[in-house]
Design a protein around this ligand. Structure first.
Ligand SMILES: Cc1cc2nc3c(=O)[nH]c(=O)nc-3n(C[C@H](O)[C@H](O)[C@H](O)COP(=O)(O)OP(=O)(O)OC[C@H]3O[C@@H](n4cnc5c(N)ncnc54)[C@H](O)[C@@H]3O)c2cc1C
Ligand code: FES
Length: 318
């Protein structure tokens, strides 16, 4: 199962900030509007694709608004663009023409993402995109199992709404994991431990099984345990079932193993440090399974970030 997506046109795009608000302690949601000429690059962007954001000229917020643990390093100069995927992409029609809005959920953890929190409506930033391949959809698919761990949520949320819109007969089920309730990058509707509901999946009528490592929300344990149990109980037809996963690499490796055991296919969205995002600097290598003794690599930014899990050698090439 190789990627079926042919990359569409990409370009340098100016994006205007519409909204930028915290959704939970360290997670923010940013809504961007593209001008009509930029919109044409993103109007067919796929879930799993990403863009490189230029935040070099975005100012730091006032010191008291920077999380205490990040104050020391937040002022570091940013030389490189930063990759971000999208939690949704909307196409809007107005008298001025057709334009695209990009929704980004981001975690504040370093100089670039601290700067992002200072963006306010009317500000402009430059993006290059859409980049990478995105998820793909086998014709036989009837069940999509959407697995996310920690900050893997945005492209999985985009995928969930994309499938509802373009493949309404496919049944999606979400498996959401995080270290604790505070690390769930979602809008939580009922914040008690057992009754936790994630607005984003609720809105789409997609059942979501939540797990946290410490049991502070949903079931205590790993998200992949719930996935495995679901497969064992429901026994879906393997050729009609696809696992889509984005999150920490050990979670992706576990999804690949479960997929192999149950003979279902699995697409994993890999994460690497990315300098250029367009296949020039070779900084984002993903080691690929190969029969030859010499290691074989693909580029996460260009050949991925989504890979067929059977092709990846996990835990290598970082
Ligand atoms: C394809 C792709 C899509 C992404 N989508 C999102 C998204 O939707 N939302 C979001 O919040 N983040 C996303 N990221 C991660 C995001 O690019 C980084 O969090 C961001 O660059 C951090 O920049 P910073 O200057 O704030 O922190 P930095 O100081 O650059 O990083 C802070 C910490 O995060 C680690 N880190 C940074 N980037 C990566 C990376 N790419 N892989 C592994 N570890 C990293 C660093 O090692 C460091 O420990 C994505 C990354 C990739 C490759
Ligand atoms: S980020 Fe430069 S080659 Fe992938």
């Amino acid at each position: 199962m190789e990627s079926k997506n042919k990359p569409g046109p990409k370009g340098l795009v100016q994006a205007a900030v519409i909204k930028n608000q915290p959704i939970r302690t360290q997670f923010w949601k940013l809504l961007l509007k593209l001008a009509p000429e930029g919109s044409r690059f993103f109007s067919n962007a796929l879930p799993g694709q990403f863009a490189e954001f230029d935040l070099t000229n975005t100012p730091l917020p006032p010191m008291d608004l920077i999380p205490e643990n990040l104050r020391e390093h937040a002022g570091r100069t940013i030389l490189l663009r930063r990759p971000f995927s999208f939690s949704d992409i909307f196409i809007n029609y107005s008298s001025e023409g057709t334009y695209v809005c990009l929704e980004v959920i981001y975690c504040v953890l370093g100089p670039a993402t601290v700067r992002m929190t200072s963006l306010k409506p009317g500000d402009c930033i430059s993006l290059i995109g859409p980049l990478g391949n995105g998820f793909w959809y086998p014709e036989t698919m009837k069940n999509a199992l959407l697995v996310t761990g920690g900050m893997g949520a945005p492209p999985i949320l985009h995928l969930a709404s994309f499938l509802k819109k373009h493949y309404p007969s496919i049944e999606s089920t979400a498996f959401v994991g995080a270290r604790s309730i505070d690390m769930l990058p979602f809008e939580i509707k009922i914040g008690n431990k057992t009754g936790i509901m994630l607005e984003e999946f609720e809105r789409l009528a997609i059942p979501a099984y939540v797990s946290t490592d410490d049991g502070s929300a949903g079931r205590k344990g790993l998200v992949t345990e719930q996935l495995e149990e679901w497969l064992q109980t429901k026994k879906p037809a393997p050729e009609k079932t696809v696992i889509y996963a984005c999150g920490p690499e050990p979670m992706l490796a576990a999804c690949a193993e479960i997929a192999h055991k149950h003979q279902v296919s699995c697409q994993v969205s890999m994460e690497r440090m990315m300098a250029c995002g367009i296949g020039l600097c070779q900084s984002c290598a993903v080691r690929i399974q190969s029969d030859s003794p010499a290691p074989l690599y693909r580029l996460c930014c260009k050949d991925g970030p989504v890979f067929d899990s059977r092709t990846v050698l996990f835990g290598e090439g970082r």
